[in-house]
Each structure stands twice: as structure tokens, then as C-alpha cells.
Design a protein around this ligand. Structure first.
Ligand SMILES: Cc1ncc(COP(=O)(O)O)c(C=O)c1O
Length: 378
């Protein structure tokens, strides 16, 4: 099997991730629920995972990470818990439904209004448009760091400056960029950065979180036990405890910790270089094939290793099915939960075939994929 659906979830994890999960099942008690060895083991694992995230995303002293199940939970927590009811919010057509749907929910139930930054022909958004959309009641900016369809990155530094200047709450969706593009949370002027553990951080499913300044006010999405302040009717006031009700998924966090150590020890720059070399090989091979359309800003300096294409006017699901059944190549067709991105690219009917590359793919994988698509397009 050639697995090229890494933007959905990475299947090949660093050797040792699965063992770390199995080990945690045997070793871990419940964090903050006891002073015996296995409970301390759980606490230490959580603490170390926070430290590795802090290292990878350059968190400062007054910043922290709250763990949760995935980027969707983190984004719901950030959007529903920190955006002011009744305010105006700027977001973009690049967004995944994990951003769009909580915003639509707030539109219905909390009276927010939403404007969308448009994308240009190659799927990029621009700060000038944000300046144009800015209103007196604009209170928040919610943007993905990288599109899950085109792989294009967003100039977060420029939007961060814009958000800071206009005193906007800035929420960043790093589901695709974490592990694919360097993240400097301390210097990007974002208030909240949401990530998932099972994509390019190469950890197990069921892990994710949000990075935040400890001074940012976020109402919890989930209420319940935290092991501390048990007589209070409210969640603890300090972060991350306020956002971490219920037993933490230490088993999977132990796997994520192993993956984070792998990334930090290998060096993110080396991981990126490897993925982008394979991306270039794929792109160079596909661009010579007549009848293949490639979407996005392929030559962008900083981008992810995700490439979306179409073959003539064939439905994207037909192409993906042929790749799967005849060549054992796994790709993702359809709308990728990003409806507005497809409207902007004009692919809302056809969808697109998304090929997304991981650190563990090989040159041979890419060569075989180019050959398969060449035969399909012939
Ligand atoms: C850009 C983007 N945001 C959010 C998500 C949601 O991530 P998760 O499914 O891990 O919650 C995804 C997943 O595909 C994504 O690509």
C-alpha cells in the first residue's frame, strides 16, 4: 500500500509510538487523582508532553498548552469560549468545517456576524482584504495556518500584526501546519493556536490541544472534575486546568510525547526538507502530464506537502477509487470538509484528488503514483 492521505491522518508513525501507547496502558494511573506511582507517572507524561509542545512551537513563560481530543475540540473551545457574542468576526474561505461550523453556530445562537477573506486564483489570502473588511465592532480573526486542500500557507506574521494593531482576538488553526511549517507562537501575535496530534505531529488519534497566553480568557467547553478545587462550583480559574475537565487521554498523550521527541530530536527542518523533496518530485512528475490540473501556490516558499489535482473532467472520487483499487494508492477525493475553498477553486462539483506526503513516504512511492496517474490520464 502507498499511503498518501497524511493530511487526514498519518498512518506511518515513528517506530516506538505504538509501544509508548501500550506501555502507558500498563503504567498510567489518572493524572491529579492520586499520589501513588502510576498517578505520578501520568502527571509526568502530561508535563513532559507540554514541555515538548512548548519547545516545538516556541511557547513563552506566560503561555501554556491545554490538551484535548483533536483540533476540532480545540477550535470549538476557542471559538465558542473566547469570541464575544454579538461581535463581528473575520475568517477566510480557506477554512475547514472545524472552524466554519462553530462560527455558524455562534451566528445562530450568539448573534455574531461573519465576513470571509477571499482567495486569489492560486488560493492565497491577503491582509489588504482584512483591512477592507475591518469594522468598528470586529473583535476576532480566525484563520487556518495552512489550507488542507492546496497546502498553501497563510502569512500568519502579517495577519498577526494586523490583529495586534486592531486589538483583535486571533485564533489560528494549525491542524495542517503543526509538524509541516515552523511555528513560533511567542512571536506570531496569535492568542490561541489549535493543533491536532494525529496528523503531521505523527502521534495517535485522540490527541490535540490549544496553545494560549495564560491571560487569555476562554470559557470551558466541558465542565467537570479536574482533581483540584473540588468544592468550587466553577472550573479552576487557572489555565490549562480550567480547560482540562475529565480524565486526560494519557495513553495516547504518551504516544504523542514519543512522536514529539522524535520530531524535536530529528529536527523539524530536516523533516520539512524530506517532505518537500518528495513534494517537488511529485509536482515535477505530474506537471508534465497533459490533462492534469494542479491547484494552489506550488512555488510558495513555506507550504505543506499536500497537493490537490484533477484529471480532466473526471470526478475526483472516480480517480481516487481507481488509484485505490487498481494501484493500492490511498488518496482523498471530494470536498475535504473545506466547502468554501472548493467554491473558490471552482471545484465544488468535481472535488479534487488530494495527495498528501509524510516523512515516511519514499521516492519509489512517488514514482509509482506519478506512473499510475499518468496511466489514468492517458
Ligand atoms: C485545516 C484543518 N482544520 C481542522 C481539522 C480538524 O482536525 P481533527 O479532525 O483532528 O479534529 C482538519 C482535519 O482534517 C484540518 O485539515
Amino acid at each position: 500500500m502507498i499511503y498518501l492521505d497524511n493530511s487526514a491522518t498519518t498512518m506511518l508513525k515513528p517506530v516506538g509510538v505504538a509501544e509508548a501507547v501500550a506501555n502507558a496502558i500498563n503504567e498510567s494511573g489518572s493524572y491529579a487523582r492520586g499520589a501513588y506511582t502510576s498517578a505520578i507517572w501520568a502527571g509526568r507524561t502530561l508535563h513532559e508532553a507540554r514541555k515538548e509542545i512548548a519547545k516545538l512551537f516556541n511557547l513563552g513563560d506566560n503561555q501554556t498548552v491545554a490538551f484535548c481530543a483533536n483540533a476540532t475540540t480545540a477550535l470549538n473551545t476557542a471559538i465558542l469560549g473566547a469570541i464575544e457574542p454579538g461581535s463581528h468576526v473575520i475568517t477566510s474561505v480557506l477554512e475547514h468545517n472545524a472552524v466554519l461550523r462553530p462560527l455558524y453556530r455562534m451566528q445562530q445562537t450568539a448573534g455574531i456576524s461573519i465576513d470571509f477573506l477571499p482567495a486569489d486564483d492560486i488560493g492565497n489570502i491577503h491582509v489588504e482584504d482584512a483591512k477592507r473588511l475591518l469594522r468598528r465592532d470586529t473583535k476576532a480573526l480566525v484563520l487556518t495556518h495552512a489550507s488542507n486542500v492546496t497546502g498553501n500557507s497563510v502569512d500568519i506574521a502579517a495577519f498577526g500584526k494586523f490583529a495586534k494593531k486592531n486589538e483583535l482576538l486571533f485564533i489560528v488553526d494549525a491542524a495542517q501546519s503543526a509538524g509541516s511549517i515552523p511555528i513560533d507562537f511567542n512571536n506570531m501575535n496569535a492568542d490561541i493556536l489549535c493543533f491536532t496530534g494525529h496528523k503531521y505531529l505523527m502521534g495517535p488519534q485522540g490527541t490535540g490541544g490549544l496553545c494560549m497566553k495564560k491571560s487569555t480568557r476562554i470559557d470551558p467547553l466541558i465542565y467537570g472534575g479536574t482533581g483540584i478545587d473540588s468544592f468550587s462550583h466553577d472550573q479552576p480559574i487557572n489555565y490549562p486546568d480550567r480547560l482540562e475537565a475529565g480524565t486526560q487521554n494519557i495513553h495516547s498523550i504518551a504516544g504523542l510525547l514519543f512522536a514529539l521527541k522524535f520530531i524535536n530530536e530529528t529536527g523539524l527542518e530536516n523533516i520539512i526538507a524530506r517532505k518537500m523533496a518528495l513534494f517537488t518530485q511529485l509536482y515535477m512528475g505530474l506537471q508534465t502530464i497533459d490533462n492534469i490540473t494542479i491547484y494552489g501556490d506550488i512555488y510558495q516558499k513555506e507550504r505543506t506537502s499536500t497537493l490537490s489535482i484533477n484529471v480532466g473532467d473526471m470526478d475526483s472520487s472516480t480517480v481516487s477509487d481507481i488509484l485505490s483499487t487498481e494501484y493500492d494508492i490511498c488518496t482523498r477525493s471530494g470536498a475535504h470538509c473545506a466547502p468554501k475553498m472548493h467554491e473558490a477553486l471552482g471545484t465544488e462539483k468535481q472535488g479534487a484528488v488530494r495527495l498528501s506526503i509524510s516523512y515516511f513516504n519514499t521516492e519509489r512511492n512517488i514514482e509509482e503514483t506519478i506512473n499510475a496517474l499518468s496511466a489514468i490520464a492517458f
